[in-house]
Design a protein around this ligand. Structure first.
Ligand SMILES: Cc1cc2nc3c(=O)[nH]c(=O)nc-3n(C[C@H](O)[C@H](O)[C@H](O)COP(=O)(O)O)c2cc1C
Length: 226
């Protein structure tokens, strides 16, 4: 953990993959919250590594996927240097069969050399997701990220139910903020089921992560990896 500039707010990277815009919408709200909290912030997308033919029979999904890809194509792409730079990383992925999306996993595997030099030890990590169904594996998706963080020796900061916003009907997952997109991805109405309460919850989760990462940065309570 960097001890330079110990009075300053933790540096935050928001690293996410989104196929049809739900996670993207939450990630954008998180970036705004981080900037509002005074954190130097990098919002970084992990790119797709297949084309829309992933789901040729699901026409609406494919159209929504194409629309999202087009509207976000100029956004900065995540690099391993973003992980090295950040004190705290907020991760976002849709749930896919109860796990994170493959492109995000691929990105994580590219962080192996950084992990091998202990470059992720004591960094603060927090995660959020979006799934089609409330019982479609939100917790297991976030746990699949947490497994990675254990290996890194990182510090996991969940939202818990440490704020009333987590008690709102469309919130409530203490592992990480989670939205439910429903059965269809509809072009022109991307991410319409991300609720105002989901947006408020991701702001809260971001603030909480920054508060803890900033306290660690200022206190330098945890030693640098040796
Ligand atoms: C290959 C694939 C697997 C999926 N698996 C799940 C799942 O296990 N559970 C679930 O509830 N939704 C599942 N979904 C739906 C997505 O999680 C959901 O549409 C999510 O809101 C998409 O987020 P995005 O718009 O950021 O891509 C899956 C979607 C795809 C394309």
């Amino acid at each position: 953990m960097s001890t330079a500039g110990t009075d300053s707010v933790a540096k935050v990277a928001i690293v996410y993959y989104s196929g049809t815009g739900n996670v993207h919408k939450l990630a954008t709200a998180a970036a705004e919250a981080a900037e509002k909290a005074g954190a130097e912030t990098r919002l970084r997308r992990v790119p797709e590594f297949v084309d829309g033919s992933l789901a040729p029979v699901f026409t609406e999904w494919t159209q929504a996927w194409s629309e999202h890809a087009e509207t976000t194509k100029d956004m900065p792409i995540a690099g391993i240097d973003d992980l090295e730079w950040a004190d705290a990383v907020l991760w976002g992925s849709p749930g896919r069969f109860g796990l994170i999306a493959a492109p995000l996993k691929h990105f994580i595997e590219l962080a192996w050399p950084l992990h091998a030099r202990r470059g992720l030890v004591n960094k603060v990590m927090s995660s959020f997701t979006s799934t089609g169904s409330p019982h479609g594996g939100q917790e297991s998706t976030i746990l699949s990220l947490n497994n990675v963080f254990y290996h890194w020796g990182a510090i996991i900061v969940p939202p818990g139910v440490a704020d009333d916003i987590q008690l709102a009907p469309s919130n409530g997952n203490p592992y990480g903020v989670s939205s439910v997109s429903g059965p269809k991805a509809v072009p022109g109405r991307l991410a319409e089921n991300v609720t105002e309460d989901n947006m408020a919850a991701i702001e809260y989760q971001t603030r909480r992560m920054i508060e803890i990462a900033t306290a660690l940065r200022r206190g330098s309570a945890v030693g640098s990896p040796g």
